[in-house]
Design a protein around this ligand. Structure first.
Ligand SMILES: NC(=O)c1ccc[n+]([C@@H]2O[C@H](COP(=O)([O-])OP(=O)(O)OC[C@H]3O[C@@H](n4cnc5c(N)ncnc54)[C@H](OP(=O)(O)O)[C@@H]3O)[C@@H](O)[C@H]2O)c1
Length: 501
């Protein structure tokens, strides 16, 4: 696409709207949503006019709210040149989650709309604990704020953060409640992993180049590994994590999406519905997974250890964690897709907390050359090609291949052809949250989950969770690892294979 055309698209501003953030006083709002909106403002990509209304139970004035948010940005070393202009778009409304509270909110929004001329277009972002999702959706329906055809209303959209339920049943129940008040097109289920440049680039890389697709299958690929490692521990999210654990926190959503983008078939058109159809088909082709019948899963929990030379506590010593907790903070799963393209190719999915460093990457390990012409000289030390698609610490794509070192002797050397976004696109990339918020303002569902995808993902994972959580010898299934190591001892061999780059 010519550069100018990209610029035209980037400068196409969404319709005027008001973003109402429930949980406006919370962690997600302060750490992710406001910085993302500030960055969109600095890039001149927000709609005009536009307003953000933070809503929570905490009693704050709009000025106090702005001060808080400014301090958060300052703490993170953000350049505050544009702050004053941005702050004029921010408001705060203390809300109670009942009929009276929402009637008041409705009046406030109507009034606010007259001041700001946002045409009654509204996005309701649920940055609150998941137990509030049904309550808020129901109240938005009851007060007619979900309506798009009512007096004073423009369009209305609801943004739901993961987790989308705790299992298949609760995901269906949440969906039913959302649909009591909203149509599917009004619902945006966020997975911000999908908005990272390299993740989006996966489709372009695979389907806009002719050289990769013919070898993207069981004939040429030995295995695929997908890793999302964090060096951080559970931090201040103990309450949530004790309920979720690594499988619900990472596998049902982010890991599944990375797997799907790597393995899916080309969609017939680059539009949300066609892409989602292919994604769901891929999830449905996952082979049933039963740990008790030999499917491979390793669960771990971190103990005290060292991260970058600094001593850190074990999971059970963290604030808010049960001293006997059996919640896994690490999981490695070996999955198979039962379809023509991927039959027999293992997909290793790994995620964990308190691993040595934060890294997110997909590694496609190609098969060794069929005839080892150089074996007499180099034995088995010739490594096969490997493609690494990394989203952290760098957004990068790297391909390893063999070359001859210069000189009279025949010496092989593995070289890396690499592309890093930062080298070719200077400037700070748009944060993933910025991208998904912008897409929601534009009504574009491409980077969001569709309900059938969520259900297919839970359908696959729920039996795994049941087996892992309800078995009588759970304490024997959970392997411990020191913080700052690559997971439990039992998976070290496999982990070496996976983390080698
Ligand atoms: N934090 C992240 O990095 C992150 C990442 C991905 C997804 N998420 C999801 O995003 C949502 C918000 O996460 P968060 O970390 O921002 O949550 P949080 O800080 O625990 O809660 C957000 C706000 O919700 C209100 N709240 C908390 N408990 C409540 C209750 N029982 N009843 C009514 N209001 C309550 C609080 O505001 P008031 O007390 O002022 O009402 C709080 O400031 C969650 O569903 C989470 O799973 C979070």
């Amino acid at each position: 696409m010519p550069k100018d055309f990209c610029d035209i698209l980037a400068n196409n501003k969404p319709d005027p709207c008001t973003l109402v953030i429930f949980g406006g006083s919370g962690d997600l709002t302060r750490r992710k949503l406001i910085p993302a909106l500030y960055s969109l403002f600095s890039r001149n990509q927000l709609p005009e006019p536009f307003a953000v209304i933070g809503c929570s139970r905490t009693q704050l004035t709009s000025d106090q709210y702005r001060d808080r948010l400014k301090k958060d940005l300052q703490k993170n070393g953000q350049d505050l040149t544009d702050w004053d202009a941005f702050a004029s778009l921010l408001y705060y409304y203390p809300v109670s989650y009942d009929s009276a509270g929402f009637s008041g909110l409705r009046e406030y929004l109507i009034q606010q709309d007259r001041t700001c001329s946002c045409r009654g277009n509204r996005i309701f972002d649920l940055a609150v604990p998941p137990s509030l999702y049904p309550i808020i959706a129901e109240l938005l329906g009851r007060t007619k704020l979900s309506r798009e055809d009512d007096d004073g209303n423009g369009w209305a959209r609801i943004v739901v953060e993961k987790p989308f339920g705790r299992d298949l049943e609760s995901a269906k129940e949440l969906d039913r409640i959302l649909h009591d008040s909203f149509r599917e097109e009004q619902i945006f289920r966020i997975d911000h992993y999908l908005a990272k440049e390299t993740v989006q680039n996966m489709l372009i890389f695979r389907f806009a180049n002719s050289i990769f697709e013919p070898i993207w299958n069981r004939h040429h690929i030995e295995h695929v590994s997908i890793m999302a490692a964090e060096s951080l521990g559970v931090g201040n999210r103990a309450g949530y994590y004790e309920q979720a654990g690594v499988l619900r926190d990472m596998f049902q959503n982010h890991m599944m999406q990375l797997l799907v983008l790597t393995a899916m078939e080309p969609p017939c058109r680059l539009e949300a519905g066609a892409v989602q159809d292919e994604k769901v088909k891929t999830i449905r082709s996952l082979r049933d997974f039963h740990p008790a019948r030999g499917s491979r899963i390793s669960l771990g929990q971190y103990e005290a250890g060292l991260i970058d030379g600094v001593a850190v506590s074990g999971y059970r010593q963290e604030q808010g964690i049960a001293r006997q907790s059996l919640v896994p903070t690490f999981a490695l799963m070996e999955l198979y897709l039962d379809n023509w393209r991927w039959q027999g190719v293992p997909f290793f999915l790994v995620s964990g907390k308190r691993l040595p460093r934060k890294t997110t990457r997909i590694v496609v390990q190609f098969k060794e050359v069929p005839h080892k012409l150089f074996q007499s000289m180099f034995g088995d030390s010739i490594s096969a090609n490997r493609l690494v698609i990394e989203t952290f610490p760098e957004e990068a794509i790297r391909l390893n291949f063999q070359t001859k070192s210069p000189g009279a002797a025949t010496c092989l050397r593995t070289m890396v052809m690499d592309f890093t976004y930062s080298a070719h696109y200077p400037g700070k990339p748009l944060e993933a949250y910025g991208r998904v918020l912008l897409d929601c303002m534009n009504g574009d569902h491409m980077l969001f989950w569709r309900q059938d995808g969520i259900e297919a993902s839970w359908d696959f994972l729920t039996p795994v969770l049941e087996e892992c959580e309800q078995c009588c010898n759970l304490d024997q299934q959970l392997h411990y690892y020191a913080a700052g190591t690559w997971g439990p001892e039992s998976v070290q061999g496999l982990m070496k294979k996976i983390i080698r780059s």
